[in-house]
Structure formats: structure tokens, C-alpha cells
Design a protein around this ligand. Structure first.
Ligand SMILES: Cc1cc2nc3c(=O)[nH]c(=O)nc-3n(C[C@H](O)[C@H](O)[C@H](O)COP(=O)(O)OP(=O)(O)OC[C@H]3O[C@@H](n4cnc5c(N)ncnc54)[C@H](O)[C@@H]3O)c2cc1C
Length: 374
């Protein structure tokens, strides 16, 4: 069999883009196939927070990977700009994870202690200290945890930068090309069947987010991957209302370029529906006003929804198919796929190159699946 590609990637989200970039950078001949438009699903909808400490607690198995990925961004932002000219809008001003009740305050202080014991930087700020930095926040906030290293990027720009950089380095990218199934020869994956004919490669990587379960069923693999809808909206203000990202239980406010604030995000499990609901936006508006009362006067810009890929035990799947050699999977990054995209791309490229990657053992495809409470 004359293989045309070293790697065929299924899915044009941030994960597919990152894997394509890291493989192309190593001189591999890459084809990426996306059924719709690039980054039109979860990756284009994300808020872009790099919330290693805001989203994960110190004892999560994902924490070491998340921290490593976060550390890649300062260099990566320069590298992607040099290769593609695309600015991922990396901002490294930190985040406040705030408490709105005394219960939340003690829970946050607990998390802070765990993280500090694990050697992470985190600092408690009182309401007064918080208001000195962010004078428009509500005085009702009971202080918060300052996380200096949790920055942010523009999620659509990051995806774009990965695709364009991969393309500059020789990757071929085809939009509107749905992969229907894999082609196997004995116990080896050798290609994919698509709308546009068959393509052949030495390695196939399924990075198709919340849609992976259905495709992988065709290889006899039953992974618990399911969609979780999230809605967000943008408002615009004449003068900046926030310096740093404000993260709270059920709502975050992310200051973006052009005087915008991104407000997110709702959580609705087991639906691929991406319609924006009045109820979802109204709930977010109420929570946003609770944190930042003056946001009520901001100018409305737009709302959207995306589909996060969640797994049965809340951890991503990154590894090789247990039965078919050369078929890899990288999916299930739920709320942290933007943060985890560089490390996933780099380590998946290592797997494809047959390197031993012990950091990924915990995320292999054979692990026993414990249902999470959602
Ligand atoms: C509202 C919201 C806010 C978020 N905020 C953050 C945040 O602040 N920070 C963070 O780190 N993460 C955040 N996330 C999570 C993050 O967006 C995801 O974890 C990440 O984008 C997942 O990337 P992906 O490439 O796996 O999936 P996707 O972006 O969904 O990409 C999968 C792609 O595969 C394609 N596809 C599916 N099946 C096929 C097929 N058979 N053939 C070809 N193509 C196929 C799809 O069309 C899709 O484009 C947020 C998500 C949402 C929805």
C-alpha cells in the first residue's frame, strides 16, 4: 500500500489544528479533514481562558498537564505569529476567582491551600484589595483568589494560528469533508472514507470533539464522550471596566480587545443544539450584574453557543486505539481544550512518532469509566 500522508487528522477544531501544527513542524506530511468550517464548533465558541488553577484543583490528574500547557503560551504566541502572522491575543494579566458567599470563600481558600502546598502561586485578596484593582466590581464580593499565571487568548485566533501555521509548514487542510469511517487492513488503520473519496495515511488521528463517540463506535470502541452546550455573549463599553478576568461560580467575565467583555457560560449536557436561548442569556446577565453592576449599561454585541466534548470521568482521551495500530484519539477536553491544546498537540505528535509518553498514561483509552454526576 502506497501511503500518501504520514498523518490524517479528523476534525478541524483547536485540537486538530494543534496536532497538525506540531506534526508539520516535525516535517510530517499531514492532511486535516473538517466536515464544516474550521473552528466552527467548540473551538470558535470558547472564552479563551487559560485557567489551569481557576478551573482545576491541585489534586486533578489533569493539573500537571494543564500547568505545562499554560507555560507553553508565551513562547507559542510568538512562534505562531512568526510562522503565520496571526496574533493569538495572548494576555498574561492573571485572574481573580471570586467568592460571593462565605461558603464559597472557605471553599476557595481550601483550593488555594492545596495549590500552594503543591508549589503553585495563589494569593488571597480581600474585598478592599480587589476593589483597588477592579473598582467597578460589586462591593458584595467576599474577596477572591488571585491567580497570576492564568492568562487568556482569543480562542478563534488561536485555532486560526494553528491552521495557518500548519499550512505554511506544508499541511493540507480540507473543509467541508466529513469522515464517515476508518479503513483498516488487518489490525492497522490505513485511511479514511470521506464525502470526497478515500485518503490513505500511516497514522489516523480522531480529534473530532463531541462527535468522536459515533465515529469511534465504527472501530468497535465505545468511549463515553458526550456534548455539553455552552452559551456566551459579548458586550462593549466605551471605557474599560475590567483589568483582569473575573471567574466565579457559574459566570466569568473576560476582558477582550476593542473594549469588549465576554460573559460566559451556560452548561447544558447531552445536546448538540447550538441555538442561543433567552433563558440561558438572561441567567448569565443576572450573574454578570451581580459581579459587575455597571455592565447593565454596556452595549449589547452578540451571543453564541458551542458544544464542549465531555467524557464519563471528566478526563480527556489521548492515546492509541487498543486494537488498531496507528489509530489515535485526542478528545474530551471539556471546558479546558483551549488551555490544553498545545500540550495535547505536542504529546500526540510524540505518540505518532512512537515515543514513550508516560504523562499520557492516565488518559489512555482502556481506563475504567466512572460516570460523573452532571
Ligand atoms: C462556551 C464555551 C466556552 C469555553 N471556554 C473555554 C475557555 O475559556 N478555555 C478553555 O480552555 N476551553 C474552553 N472551552 C472548551 C474548548 O472550547 C474545547 O475544549 C475545545 O475547543 C475542544 O476542541 P476540539 O478540537 O476537541 O473540538 P471542536 O472545536 O468541537 O472541534 C471538533 C471538530 O471536528 C469536526 N468533526 C466532527 N466529526 C467529524 C467528521 N466525522 N469528519 C470531519 N470533521 C468532523 C467538527 O465539525 C468540529 O469542527 C469552552 C467551550 C465552550 C463551548
Amino acid at each position: 500500500m502506497n501511503h500518501k500522508y504520514d498523518a490524517i487528522i479528523v476534525g478541524g477544531g483547536v485540537m486538530g489544528g494543534s496536532i497538525a501544527y506540531y506534526l508539520a513542524k516535525r516535517g510530517r506530511k499531514v492532511l486535516l479533514l473538517e466536515k464544516d468550517q474550521l473552528a466552527s464548533k467548540s473551538s470558535g465558541a470558547a472564552a479563551g481562558m487559560l485557567g489551569a488553577q481557576a478551573e482545576l484543583e491541585g489534586d486533578s490528574p489533569l493539573f500537571p498537564l494543564a500547568k505545562r500547557s499554560r507555560e507553553m503560551f508565551p513562547h507559542l504566541s510568538k512562534e505562531l505569529k512568526e510562522v503565520s502572522g496571526v496574533d493569538i491575543e495572548f494576555i498574561n494579566k492573571g485572574m481573580f476567582k471570586v467568592a460571593l458567599s462565605n461558603e464559597e470563600k472557605s471553599a476557595l481558600k481550601n483550593i488555594m491551600d492545596i495549590q500552594r502546598n503543591a508549589g503553585e502561586e495563589a494569593e488571597w485578596v480581600s474585598t478592599e484589595e480587589l476593589l483597588k484593582v477592579e473598582p467597578f466590581l460589586s462591593k458584595e464580593i467576599k474577596g477572591g483568589m488571585y491567580i497570576r499565571k492564568d492568562g487568556q487568548v482569543s480562542a478563534p485566533q488561536l485555532s486560526k494560528a494553528f491552521f495557518q501555521s500548519a499550512a505554511v509548514l506544508g499541511a493540507e487542510i480540507k473543509e467541508f469533508t466529513a469522515v464517515h469511517s476508518f479503513i483498516f487492513e488487518k489490525k492497522k488503520a490505513i485511511g479514511v472514507e470521506t464525502d470526497d473519496g478515500n485518503f490513505y495515511g500511516e497514522n489516523i488521528i480522531a480529534a473530532n470533539g463531541a462527535w468522536s463517540r459515533h465515529l469511534l463506535q465504527k472501530s468497535g470502541l465505545e468511549l463515553v464522550v458526550y456534548p455539553v452546550k455552552g452559551e456566551c455573549f459579548f458586550v462593549k463599553t466605551d471605557k474599560p471596566l475590567l483589568e483582569k478576568t473575573i471567574f466565579s461560580h457559574g459566570c466569568y467575565l473576560v476582558p477582550k480587545s476593542g473594549g469588549r467583555i465576554l460573559v460566559g457560560a451556560t452548561v447544558k449536557t447531552h445536546t448538540f443544539d447550538r441555538k442561543v436561548s433567552l433563558d440561558g442569556i438572561a441567567t448569565l446577565m443576572e450573574k454578570a450584574k451581580e459581579l459587575l453592576p455597571v455592565i447593565a449599561e454596556a452595549q449589547w454585541e452578540k451571543a453564541w453557543a458551542g458544544t464542549r466534548p465531555q467524557t464519563g470521568d471528566g478526563l480527556p482521551y489521548i492515546g492509541e486505539h487498543p486494537e488498531y495500530h496507528g489509530l489515535f484519539i485526542a478528545t474530551g477536553h471539556f471546558r479546558n481544550g483551549i488551555l490544553l491544546s498545545p500540550i495535547t498537540g505536542e504529546l500526540t505528535a510524540d505518540l505518532v512518532e512512537r515515543k514513550i509518553v508516560p504523562e499520557l498514561d492516565r488518559f489512555n483509552l482502556n481506563r475504567s469509566l466512572q460516570p460523573i454526576v452532571s
